[in-house]
Ligand binder design. Structure first.
Ligand code: GLN
Ligand code: ZN
Length: 769
């Protein structure tokens, strides 16, 4: 029985790649320096995996920016607009980074390729662009270069490629005349060339990632998969094809997959352990197909439960024998932070919580220990590790720091009415209007105001203890006061305090809630050089004290206009954290919802008549298969409703969501029953509103009238036109006027100008009713 891995984090345990990339982009470092850092990371990763006992180590899992972009370069899938660069003799690196980030240089002005989320992760990939009759060619030898690089270290690797079908499905047609899957006939020969070159180098294994196998596929897509792997197997009978699927089971695709002439099927047994029974019992499983058992969670930070993993593995051994099995992580370790050993700050992460965790490096050790246990290697040491593992897991099960009976009771005690507002929206609207007395087209913002360098450094200094609490406090007070005064002066109707005290919309709440821990170096790549450091929800969540009341009520105390209290919603807090795996996500989400509800109630008591609960992440929590959507949406929407329900009829609840399609989920958005929803909309020219009209969405809507992602100041007339457009979809009495999202990434200068124009645009529309 061998051990294998699907991919390793490439950012470097100290984010060396991030720094090298940013230095290169800003001209502070040369390409050679960047490449040297990249090579060091690859070398470290390979040697580490070898040292930790991984037999089949991946290569080409490294990327300077993104593995899908790499594949575009490899098969020469370059969008037409970059031809201009190619003609100008741009270097391959210039082209690569222009595709990733756009370029504005020497009269050339090209936008970046689109980016979107990699399945249900927080990793973003570059979306390939396809044209009718597009041809491909083998244009970049990165795969071969990295294979040889590892070979020079004495390590024979398994190159990782995105499978051709998933590569096509990941992309987007740029013309409406064709279906991108039709391009397979043109694309496959290029893949065959790559494989030919690799097999000529005696490459034994190639891993093809086809994660679309975890989604609902059409018969045509399935046929494309079948044809692809049949063709590869026919042409390269000695090649060991590893077909990797992850993030969910094969589902409806299983029958087809079992018949494929591949050497190994990789199974994500963390997301879906039940599929193992189906596979082992299936008559279709070929006699010589090997199974890569993904038992170690590549998506989360918990120590593996060896007992559970061993049970699965033993079952597989009983059916197919040890020889046909590999032990693996559930997916690439790209989605895990690098190294738990770096976490020495006990204030953020107590030793107690730390003993329950495993990051990428520790996950390699776990894979090896499991294998050694089964094959009876290093027995004394292995048994020791296995018993340590079961002790840690047993302790976690009953730990007082995780289990808070009062919280569990409270969740259990929720009744049917705990997520219902007292009366319906139509009646609430009348009461709220009486209390708030807002004009037609009320104007507001989404919450944050510019986080200037000074704001950031004051906060950082305060955290480090370099600023006294008093000095920090008066700084935030001054910023908040000025922001309120500015909003009053320009005539906004509903004000916000500006969020100057917040580092991040999830971390700020996590730091004040029980049940959360933080890492110092638990970075995970989000896209390119961007990394996130998600909090860890390890225990029952509760709120000991108010979290936002002080600054919200301070802001309210200095103005007669209504100030919106600003909260992050339970689904978003859940979605942007590492979540405990010892209870259903729904349960954890409900606990967070109750904590937020307490905050909502306290804000109301403190005199805030409007409270916004942001849920920008609600859509990204959707499961990969449509059949699972309803269950998720039911508990997610319910969590929001529980959070929002504690208030009186005259308190107005807002929510906010960033750019997302509402098409399939509009009924659930409506079921959230927020009095006002603000959405990112300007980039779609209000077309996102179509589904609200179609559904006859009953509550108020604030479609963003300007794009906050760009420093550009929109014209008043532009916004007037957008508002007019919005009126085609939404009745004027339900329409609010606001920007697309929070203003924290903008500068004051453009923010001031844009908001003045926005208020004037609303005024103009009121006059022309
Ligand atoms: N209230 C938050 C802000 O304005 C919302 C951020 C978001 O939607 N991502 O910053
Ligand atoms: Zn937003």
């Amino acid at each position: 029985m061998k051990t294998t891995n699907l991919g390793y984090p490439r950012i470097g345990s100290n984010r060396a790649l991030k720094k090298a990339l940013e230095n290169y982009w800003s001209g502070k470092a040369t390409l050679t320096e960047l490449e040297e850092t990249a090579k060091n990371i690859r070398t470290e990763n390979w040697l580490l995996q070898q040292e930790k006992g991984i037999d089949i180590i991946p290569s080409n899992d490294f990327s300077l920016y993104d593995q899908v972009l790499d594949m575009c370069m490899t098969v020469n899938a370059i969008p037409k607009r970059y031809e201009q660069l190619q003609k100008n003799n741009a270097t391959p690196q210039d082209l690569y980074f222009a595709m990733a980030r756009g370029i504005q240089k020497d009269g050339i002005d090209l936008t970046a390729m689109e980016m979107t989320k990699w399945f249900d992760t927080n990793y973003h990939y570059i979306v390939p662009e396809f044209y009718d009759h597009q041809t491909f060619s083998y244009a970049n030898s990165k795969i071969v270069k990295e294979y040889k690089e590892a070979l020079a270290l004495g390590i024979t690797t398994k190159p990782v490629l995105i499978g051709p079908v998933s590569f096509l499905l990941l992309g987007k047609e740029k013309e409406s005349t064709f279906d991108r899957i039709d391009l397979l006939a043109n694309l496959l020969p290029t893949y065959l060339k790559i494989i030919e070159e690799l097999t000529a180098l005696h490459v034994e294994y190639i891993q093809f990632d086809e994660p679309f196998l975890a989604t609902d596929l059409t018969n045509r897509d399935r046929e494309a998969i079948r044809y692809t792997y049949q063709t590869i197997a026919d042409k390269f009978p000695d090649l060991k094809i590893v077909l990797a699927n992850y993030f969910d089971c094969f589902g409806e695709n299983l029958d087809m997959v079992l018949e494929l002439p591949v050497h190994t099927l990789h199974l994500d047994l963390v997301r879906c352990s039940l599929q193992l029974d189906d596979i082992l019992a299936s008559k279709k499983l070929r006699k010589n197909t090997h199974l890569s058992l993904g038992v170690i969670d590549g998506r989360n930070i918990w120590k593996n439960n060896f007992e559970d993993s061993l049970a699965l593995i033993q079952k597989a051994i009983a059916h197919v024998g040890e020889e046909r099995l590999y032990i693996a992580p559930s997916c690439s370790l790209l989605h895990s932070p690098c190294d738990l050993d770096l976490e020495t700050n006990e204030v953020n992460l107590s030793a107690n919580v730390k003993q329950w965790l495993a990051f990428a490096k520790q996950k390699l050790e776990e894979i090896n220990t499991i294998r050694n246990f089964i094959t009876k290697v290093n027995l004394t040491e292995t048994l020791q590790k296995v018993s340590e593992n079961s002790a840690a897991n047993a302790e976690r099960k009953v730990s007082k720091s995780i289990h808070n009976p009062a919280v569990k009771e409270r969740v259990k005690g929720l009744t049917k009415t705990d997520d219902q507002r007292l009366i319906g929206f139509t009646q609430r609207k009348v009461i709220q209007q009486k209390a708030l007395n807002l004009p037609l087209y009320p104007t507001t913002t989404i919450g944050s105001f510019p986080q200037t360098k000074e704001v950031r450094s004051q906060r950082a200094n305060f955290k480090k203890g370099n600023t006294t609490p008093e000095a920090y406090h008066s700084f935030i007070e001054k910023e908040t006061r000025e922001t309120i005064e500015f909003q009053e002066k320009i005539g906004l109707d509903v004000l916000v305090h500006g969020e100057f005290e917040r580092n991040d919309m999830v971390e700020y709440f996590g730091e004040q809630l029980d049940g959360f821990a933080f890492t110092s170096f638990g970075w995970v790549q989000s896209y390119g050089s961007r990394c996130v450091k998600p909090p860890i929800i390890y225990g029952d969540v509760s709120r000991e004290h108010p979290m936002t009341v002080y600054w919200s009520s301070f802001a309210q105390s200095i103005t007669k206009k209504p100030v919106k209290g600003m909260l992050t919603g339970p689904v978003t807090i859940l979605q942007w954290s590492f979540v405990r795996n010892d209870q259903p996500r729904a349960e954890t989400c409900t606990q967070i919802a109750l904590a937020i509800r307490d905050e909502v109630v306290d804000l109301e008591k403190a005199g805030l008549s409007i409270i916004q609960i942001d849920e920008p992440a609600i859509r990204e929590g959707l499961p990969l298969r449509k059949a699972d959507w309803k269950a998720y949406l039911d508990w997610a929407v319910k969590a929001f409703r529980i959070a929002a329900r504690g208030v009186k009829n005259d308190t107005q609840i807002h929510t906010h969501m960033c750019y997302s399609e509402f098409n399939d989920i509009i009924a659930h958005i409506a079921a959230m029953d927020a009095d006002v929803i603000t959405i990112e909309c300007s980039r779609s020219q209000m077309e996102l509103l179509d589904v609200f009209r179609e559904f006859k969405y009953p509550n108020d809507i604030g479609p963003g009238v300007y794009d906050i992602h760009s420093p550009r100041v929109p014209d008043r007339s532009e916004m007037v036109a957008l508002i007019a457009k919005a009126k085609e979809y939404i009745a004027p009495e339900h329409l609010w006027i606001n920007p697309d999202c929070g203003l924290k990434t903008r500068h004051w200068e453009e923010t001031k100008k844009a908001l003045i124009e926005m208020v004037a645009a609303a005024q103009e529309c009121r006059e022309n009713v």
